[in-house]
Design a protein. Structure first.
Length: 368
């Protein structure tokens, strides 16, 4: 129960086993969420803040610290290196040394990396504590229904994880004004994925609005796009919170390729770039196999182009090495390559035993 709902916001309630995730999309929501946190009478707070937030929103961080009086403030570098067992261990030590208990609450401020790290930490610390997430990037806001959280190990991304959701997520789209052109493009990759895989109507909406949004994105009102993306994903997560049904595999569209090429780049290739390339390659394979129509394939390409996302690898890749890693992906079995592909806009499927020849030819096609 909330003291009062923030004004002029869009709200999504996602029903999960033993929990309801409440998501608010709007503007000027910081004072509201601070008030809500204080009203809940938690035993204490630990604030996790990415360094970008701490630099750009220094005064807002001071306000969070002065009003919440956290037992600790932990800064997080927004890089894949932070999603590690070393950082997890150091954070656990700081929480225990501060006598933070399970009646407290973690507050995460920043992008998707801090959301992933703090979500995983909240799921394991004292068998679970509450978390509030304030995502500040378009990538994090458009994909912020966190039901799976994870950290990485060496070249394998997100292999250590659990199922967990924050109780409250606050998507204040005013934060997007501080982003770069590239950060906006990167954030659109997951939003476009949700539309292509699950919603013909959302895809149509993006076709109409994305060129306008990208022409002057700093003044564009992103509330509706963020809301539609979260609504689309939320309906899926409610149906399948534990990733057990085939329908959930759509969230992996583009990611089978992306996780490999991102890891092999030592994470120099950004996640949004890798996902976009993964979708382009998966779409190309589906079209080559005469599953995805030319018209629907071109719709995908138009959206990715409108978002300013890459169409080629930035550096040469080794196709055989990538193929070996693809065979180890979580959806692949028996040493064969499996991929999530588009059948048509709004519908996907998993194809197993994908020909290594067509995958290799596709990887070569996308060489710079």
């Amino acid at each position: 129960m909330f003291l009062k709902s923030p004004k002029n916001n869009k709200r999504i309630s996602v029903s999960l086993p033993n929990k309801r995730q409440e998501i608010f999309v709007g503007k000027d929501l910081s004072d509201w969420i601070i008030g809500e946190l204080l009203a809940k009478e938690y035993s204490g707070f630990v604030i996790f803040c990415d360094t970008n937030f701490a630099k750009i929103y220094k005064n807002l961080l001071i306000e969070f610290k002065e009003k919440l009086k956290p037992v600790d403030v932990i800064l997080v570098e927004p890089s894949e290196d932070s999603k590690s067992l070393n950082f997890l261990n150091s954070s656990l030590e700081r929480c225990t040394e501060a006598n933070f208990n399970r009646k407290g609450c973690f507050v995460a401020l920043g992008g998707g990396i801090v959301g992933d790290i703090v979500g995983f930490l909240a799921s394991v610390y004292m068998r679970g504590v509450d978390m509030v997430f304030v995502p500040t990037t378009l990538m994090a806001q458009g994909d912020t229904i966190i039901n799976k959280v994870a950290i990485s190990h060496k070249l394998l991304k997100n292999v250590i994880g659990s199922f967990y959701s924050p109780g409250i997520t606050v998507c204040d789209t005013n934060f997007l004004q501080s982003l770069s052109d590239k950060e906006i493009s990167l954030g659109l990759s997951e939003i476009i994925k949700h539309a292509l895989v699950y919603s013909k109507s959302f895809t149509s909406h993006l076709l109409k609005t994305l060129p306008l949004a990208m022409s002057d994105w700093k003044t564009y009102n992103w509330d509706e796009i963020v809301y539609k993306s979260l609504k689309t994903k939320g309906e899926l997560v409610e149906r399948d919170p534990y990733d057990e049904l085939e329908i959930h595999k759509g969230l992996s569209y583009g990611h089978t390729f992306a996780n490999v090429i991102e890891g092999l780049s030592q994470f120099n290739l950004r996640h949004g770039e890798a996902v976009a390339l993964g979708m382009r390659m998966s779409g190309h394979i589906s079209h080559e196999m005469r599953i995805l129509s030319k018209a629907d394939f071109e719709i995908q390409e138009m959206l990715l182009d409108a978002a300013g996302l890459p169409s080629k690898f930035p550096h040469p890749v080794e196709p055989d090495r990538i193929i070996n890693y693809l065979k180890r992906d979580k959806i692949s079995t028996n040493g064969e390559i499996s991929l999530v592909i588009l059948e048509k806009i709004g519908k996907h499927k998993v194809i197993r035993g994908v020909s290594e020849e067509i995958v290799k030819a596709t990887l070569i096609k996308f060489q710079p």
